[in-house]
Design a protein around this ligand. Structure first.
Ligand code: NDP
Length: 327
C-alpha cells in the first residue's frame, strides 16, 4: 500500500445543501468527515439568485450566500472541506476507494454521495448570457416562478417536468407560452391534459427557440421558429424557463451502484439513504428526480449522515464482539 493513501471514516462527495448538511451531522457525530466540493462548489444553488423558500430565512437569501453559510456551519464542527474532483471510485471490496483528480487515493469506511444533478439547457449564447446575469433565465419554476408574478413567461420542454412547471407558473403568471419542439408531448397523458386545459397556457407545437431576447440586463422576450411553416416570430416575456430534463452527476458510480434508466441512484432500501453497496449512502438530487429542492436535499443529507453513523457503529460493535470471541 502506498504512503500516499489517506484513510478517512466518512467521505462526502459534493457541496450542495445535501453534502453540507450531511457534513454538519457527520462532524457533530465525531465522524471527522472530509468533503470534496467538486467542480461547482456550492452546487446548483450558486446559479440561483434569491432563495425565498428555504425555511428560516424570512427575508430570503441569495443562493451563493446560503452556500457560504452552510460551508461555515460544516467547518465550525470540524468538517475538512477541500477543493477537488472525484474522478474514479472502486466499490468492489470492503474498503471503498476513491481517487481525487486522478492522483490522490483515499480509502473511506463510509461514503456519502451528494453529487447532485445538472439542469440541461439549450446552449444558446443568449440563454447562457441571461442565465449568468441572473436576468430571467431559470431551470426551476418552483424556485424562481414567484419573481414573475402577473408577468408573461415562456417555458421550453414537453416532458412531465415541463408540464408540471408550466402548470405551477400558470398559477402565478399572467400568461405562459410553452414551446414544444415536436408535434407531440413526451409527458404522460394526464400531465399533458392538465396543461391543455389551463386557460392561460398557450402551447406552440413544432416550435424551437431561436434566441432569448433582452435589453442587455434582463429578458424581454423569446424569438421562436415554427419548424413546419418556417415562420420566425417574437414572444414578449420577462422570464424564460428551461425544463428539458436533468442529468444526475453519477457517471463515475455506474459500474458499482444501481441506477435507473436516467442515471439516478436507486435507494436500495426505500425511505433510507442506503445504496446497493454497504457503507455507501446517497443524498440530494443524485437520487431524486421528483422533488429536487434545497430543503429536501438537506433533509436527505441528514438521513445519509445518520445512516452512515449507524453503519459505522454497527461495524465497530461487530468488530468488538469478534475480537472478544477470538480472545
Ligand atoms: P424528459 O426527458 O422526460 O423530457 C424532456 C423534454 O424536453 C422532452 O419533451 C424533450 O423533447 C424536450 N427537450 C429536450 N431537449 C430539448 C431541446 N434541445 N429543445 C427543446 N426541447 C427539448 O425530462 P423530464 O425532466 O420532463 O422528466 C424526467 C423524468 O422524471 C421522466 O421520467 C418523468 O416522467 C419524471 N417526472 C415525473 C414527474 C411526476 O411524476 N410528477 C414530474 C417530473 C418528472 P422530445 O420529447 O422531443 O424529446
Amino acid at each position: 500500500m502506498s504512503d500516499t493513501i489517506e484513510k478517512v471514516k466518512c467521505l462526502i462527495i459534493g457541496s450542495g445543501p445535501a453534502g453540507y448538511t450531511a457534513a454538519i451531522y457527520a462532524s457533530r457525530a465525531n465522524m471527522e468527515p472530509v468533503l470534496y466540493q467538486g467542480e461547482q462548489p456550492g452546487g446548483q444553488l450558486t446559479t440561483t439568485n434569491d432563495v425565498e423558500n428555504f425555511p428560516g430565512y424570512p427575508d430570503g437569501i441569495t443562493g451563493p450566500e446560503m452556500m457560504i453559510q452552510l460551508q461555515k456551519q460544516a467547518e465550525r464542527f470540524g468538517t475538512d472541506v477541500r477543493n477537488g474532483w472525484i474522478t474514479k471510485v472502486d466499490f468492489s471490496g470492503d474498503v471503498h476507494k476513491v481517487w481525487v483528480n486522478d492522483e490522490k487515493e483515499i480509502h473511506a469506511s463510509t461514503i456519502i454521495i451528494s453529487t447532485g444533478a445538472s439542469a440541461k439547457y439549450l446552449g444558446l449564447p443568449s440563454e447562457q448570457k441571461y442565465l449568468q446575469l441572473g436576468g430571467g433565465v431559470s431551470a426551476c419554476a418552483v424556485c424562481d416562478g414567484f419573481f414573475y408574478r402577473n408577468q408573461e413567461v415562456v417555458i421550453v420542454g414537453a416532458g412531465d417536468s415541463a408540464c408540471e412547471e408550466a402548470h405551477y407558473l400558470s398559477n402565478l403568471c399572467k400568461k405562459v407560452t410553452m414551446l414544444v419542439r415536436r408535434d407531440e408531448f413526451r409527458a404522460s397523458k394526464i400531465m399533458e391534459a392538465r396543461v391543455r386545459n389551463t386557460e392561460n397556457i398557450e402551447i406552440l407545437l413544432n416550435t424551437e427557440t431561436v434566441e432569448v431576447l433582452g435589453d442587455g440586463q434582463v429578458v424581454t422576450g423569446v424569438r421562436a421558429k415554427n419548424k413546419v411553416s418556417g415562420e420566425v416570430f417574437d414572444i414578449p416575456a420577462t422570464g424564460f424557463f428551461v425544463a428539458i430534463g436533468h442529468k444526475p452527476n453519477t457517471d463515475i458510480f455506474k459500474e458499482y451502484l444501481d441506477l435507473d434508466e436516467t442515471g439516478y441512484i436507486i435507494n436500495a432500501v426505500p425511505g433510507t439513504s442506503k445504496t446497493n453497496v454497504e457503507g455507501v449512502f446517497v443524498s440530494g438530487d443524485a437520487a431524486d428526480h421528483v422533488y429536487r429542492q434545497a430543503v429536501t436535499a438537506a433533509g436527505t443529507g441528514c438521513m445519509a449522515a445518520l445512516d452512515a453513523e449507524r453503519y459505522l457503529a454497527a461495524k465497530e460493535a461487530d468488530f468488538e464482539i469478534s475480537t472478544s470471541t477470538y480472545n
